[in-house]
Design a protein around this ligand. Structure first.
Ligand code: ATP
Length: 307
C-alpha cells in the first residue's frame, strides 16, 4: 500500500536557522493525521514542504507515491491545502471565485459545492474581502471539499468558525475521508478537534518529532496519578526517570508518568502511598506533559513587572 506522505531526512532552514531538522514522517493513505506542536514548532513549514510550496535543503519527499518534483501538475490536482482566514483573493465575488476554482480542479464537484455554500450560508454575491473571517474560512473549506482531493492538508482550519459550523465541517471532512479514502492532515492548536478526528498523531517540537503514533497509544504514553503519602515523600520518587512531574500539596500529590503506570504505582505503594488513583488525561494534558518533559514551560507573566 502506498503512503500519502513519505518524508525522509528532511531539513529546512530559514536564514541559517533550522525550522525542521532531519524529519522522517509517514502518513498512511486514508488516515486522518493530527499534527500538533507549540508556536513556531514547524507545522506550517512541514505542510508547505508536502505541498511543494517550499523545497527542503536536504532529504526526500514523496506524495501519494510520487517523488515530489518542482513541476508536477497532475499530482498538484490531487493535493489541496486550506488554511483559516484571509488567504483568498479579496477582490473576487464568492461566485466568481468558485467558478475560477471549478476551472482549476479537474475533479471539481459543482453539486457538492452549491449544497455546501447553501448549507453554510455563504452569500455567493458577496465580495470575498467583505466576508467575515469565519465565512472566508468556510469558503476555503468548501473549495477544499468540492475539489475532491486525495490528500487534504489543513492548517488551523477551524480558526474563526463558530462551534456549530466547526462541528458541521469537521464531520463532513471525517465523512469524506471515510467515503472517498481521502487522506487528511490537520495541523491545529485546537487539540480537541484533533482528538475528535485523528487516528494518528505527530507532535513537533522545535523542528523535530518528539512523539508519533496512533491516537490510543499516544494517549497511553502518559499517565497521571493522584497519590497520598503520609509523612515525607521519599526523594527517589521525584528522581525516578519514569516520573516526569510531581506537583505536591502537603501529603497529596499529582504524579505524571511516562510509559506504563503499573511499575510506578508499585513504586509509590512501596514508598508508603495510602492512595494511588489514576486520573483521566485527555490529549491536551498529554501534549502539555510531553512538552513539559522537553523543557517547554512558561512562567506566569507578572502584571506588575510590565509597568
Ligand atoms: P505556529 O503554530 O505559530 O503557526 P508553526 O509550527 O506553524 O507555528 P512555522 O510557521 O512552520 O511554525 O515556523 C517554524 C519556524 O520557521 C519559526 O521559527 C518561523 O519563524 C520560521 N519561519 C517559517 N517561515 C519562515 C520564512 N518564510 N522566513 C523565515 N523564517 C520562517
Amino acid at each position: 500500500m502506498t503512503v500519502a506522505i513519505d518524508m525522509q531526512g528532511v531539513t529546512k532552514e530559514f536564514r541559517g536557522r533550522p525550522a525542521l531538522s532531519d524529519i522522517s514522517w509517514i502518513v498512511e493513505t486514508g488516515s486522518i493525521h493530527g499534527l500538533i506542536g507549540a508556536n513556531g514548532a514547524g507545522k506550517t513549514t512541514l505542510l508547505r514542504l508536502a505541498l511543494g510550496l517550499l523545497w527542503p535543503d536536504q532529504g526526500t519527499i514523496a506524495i501519494l507515491g510520487q517523488r515530489l518534483e518542482r513541476e508536477n501538475a497532475p499530482l498538484r490536482q490531487r493535493v489541496h491545502y486550506a488554511a483559516s482566514g484571509r488567504t483568498l483573493a479579496p477582490g473576487f465575488r464568492v461566485a466568481e471565485w468558485l467558478r475560477y476554482a471549478s476551472l482549476l480542479y479537474e475533479r471539481w464537484d459543482a453539486t457538492r459545492c452549491q449544497r455546501l455554500i447553501k448549507a453554510l450560508e455563504v452569500d455567493p454575491d458577496k465580495v470575498i474581502g467583505h466576508l467575515s473571517h469565519g465565512m472566508q474560512t468556510s469558503l476555503q473549506l468548501v473549495v477544499a471539499i468540492a475539489s475532491r482531493p486525495d490528500l487534504l492538508l489543513l492548517d488551523e482550519p477551524t480558526n474563526g468558525l463558530d462551534v456549530v459550523v466547526k462541528r458541521q465541517i469537521l464531520q463532513l471532512i471525517i465523512d469524506m475521508a471515510a467515503a472517498e479514502g481521502t487522506t487528511v492532515v490537520i495541523a491545529s492548536h485546537n487539540i480537541e478537534d484533533i482528538e475528535r478526528m485523528a487516528d494518528t498523531i505527530s507532535v513537533l517540537y522545535r523542528g523535530q518529532f518528539i512523539l508519533k503514533g496512533e491516537m490510543e497509544s499516544i494517549k497511553n504514553h502518559m499517565h497521571r496519578l493522584q497519590v497520598v503519602i503520609p509523612g515525607e515523600w521519599p526523594s527517589d520518587v521525584a528522581q525516578d526517570p519514569r516520573i516526569t512531574r510531581v506537583e505536591r500539596r502537603g501529603h497529596v500529590g499529582l504524579v505524571t508518568v511516562q510509559g506504563p503506570a503499573e511499575p510506578v504505582v508499585a513504586l509509590l505503594q512501596k514508598a508508603g502511598a495510602t492512595l494511588v488513583e489514576p486520573i483521566d488525561m485527555d490529549l491536551t494534558d498529554v501534549f502539555r506533559a510531553v512538552l513539559e518533559k522537553e523543557g517547554y514551560t512558561r512562567e506566569a507573566l507578572e502584571w506588575d513587572s510590565l509597568a
